[in-house]
Design a binder for this molecule. Structure first.
Ligand code: ADP
Ligand code: MG
Length: 351
């Protein structure tokens, strides 16, 4: 865990912690005005995010998820309650998105050359390519799950978001009233900074070559997630291959969507929804967003390499708001009251 702290507005000390997790880094920023010891909080953050990784990683052979993947069909397996709740949420989002988000895609992800088991498909040959509705039985009370068919579950499209919610839970429990936490592109904010200024988060422009800001979101009490075709890709015969699989076709998405940013009350929902919208594309995606009161921004790649946008909710209102060459600035507070979604961002812009 590394740490920086500087004197902030009104004398509060800005605490900024980060450390490695899930192949990337977690971050937490807040202002310390004499509350609990920041390093003790930091240790709790490390434990929280480590627990999520230990339960939900496909890179750790002994994670609870990988044990479940190996478990015999038909046997109940006891798993931690947090894993049960993420599995249940994932199944719900699968239904809501008509199968666009599907944690049963593990075999396809490996077949298309992504993730921890890229290319190692021998052991997965019998696994379902997607989850049908009864494939997984969840007993929340008993905190156990049972497979009804062989499957290769992959929580990579939702676990980072859940990890961010766990970071937020630790800071809430410590009585920190204002903070910004994140893992990679998924972020969640609470309250406002001293001086009543909002937490600002930058949304990256979906370019492979360089990192540029596409827009800025001011977050208050909500989360943002971005999925994109521009970072985790590999080159294939016909061009770039996305790591997002359309479970309905069994193939990587190729729908011209460069990135999707989603705002939601929790980072878990924002994360999974962003992945779902990558699959659904702008037309179906925007009607999905509409139905669920989601706020989302699609950045589309035109043939000539330029970008176009399609947006719902506050993103639509903010479109064409040219601030210093950024495509938009959006203020988001307590969004998604109606239901589910949001958009994501990549890095603290001015945190
Ligand atoms: P990122 O934020 O890194 O762009 P996402 O949150 O979109 O990633 O998650 C992508 C990962 O989720 C993939 O690498 C794969 O492991 C898994 N995945 C791919 N397609 C789907 C899908 N349709 N539904 C659920 N998970 C998926
Ligand atoms: Mg996701």
């Amino acid at each position: 865990m590394s740490r920086t702290s500087i004197e902030g507005p009104s004398g509060a000390r800005r605490v900024s912690l980060n450390g490695p997790t899930m192949g990337t880094r977690w971050t937490a920023v807040w202002f310390d005005d004499g509350g609990p010891d920041p390093m003790a909080i930091g240790q709790a953050l490390v434990r929280a995010v480590g627990a999520v990784d230990d339960q939900m990683s496909t890179w750790k052979p002994d994670s609870d998820l990988m044990q479940l993947n190996r478990a015999p069909v038909g046997d109940w397996m006891e798993v931690p309650p947090t894993l049960v709740s993420v599995l249940a949420a994932a199944l719900q989002i699968r239904d809501a998105s008509d199968g666009a988000f599907d944690i049963g895609v593990g075999r396809l992800v490996a077949e298309w050359g992504f993730g921890a088991h890229a290319g190692q498909v021998e052991g997965l040959a019998g696994a379902r390519a997607s989850l049908d509705i009864d494939a997984l039985e969840i007993d929340r009370r008993g905190s156990r799950v049972r497979k009804r068919a062989p499957m290769a579950l992959d929580l990579s499209g939702i676990a980072k978001g859940f990890g961010v919610d766990e970071l937020a839970r630790v800071l809430d429990a410590a009585g920190i009233g204002a903070f910004l936490v994140g893992i990679d592109g998924e972020m969640r904010a609470r309250g406002k900074k001293p001086g009543e200024t909002p937490w600002s988060v930058a949304v990256e422009r979906p370019e492979l070559e360089r990192r540029r800001i596409h827009g800025v979101i001011d977050l208050e009490d909500c989360a943002v997630a971005t999925s994109g075709d521009y970072r985790h890709v590999r080159d294939g015969d016909g061009g770039r291959i996305s790591h997002t699989i359309d479970p309905r076709t069994g193939r990587p998405v190729a729908n011209g969507v460069a990135s999707v940013t989603v705002l939601a009350p929790t980072a878990m929902v924002a994360d999974a929804t962003a992945t779902a919208l990558m699959v659904l594309g702008p037309d179906d995606g925007l009607s999905f967003a509409d139905r669920f009161g989601a706020e989302c921004l699609f950045v589309l790649r035109r043939d000539d390499g330029s970008f176009a946008e399609r947006a719902s909710g506050r993103f639509a209102e903010a479109a064409g708001d040219p601030v210093e060459n950024q495509a938009f600035t959006v203020s988001a507070d307590a969004v998604g009251q109606k239901g589910s979604d949001e958009r994501a961002a990549q890095s603290p812009a001015t945190a």
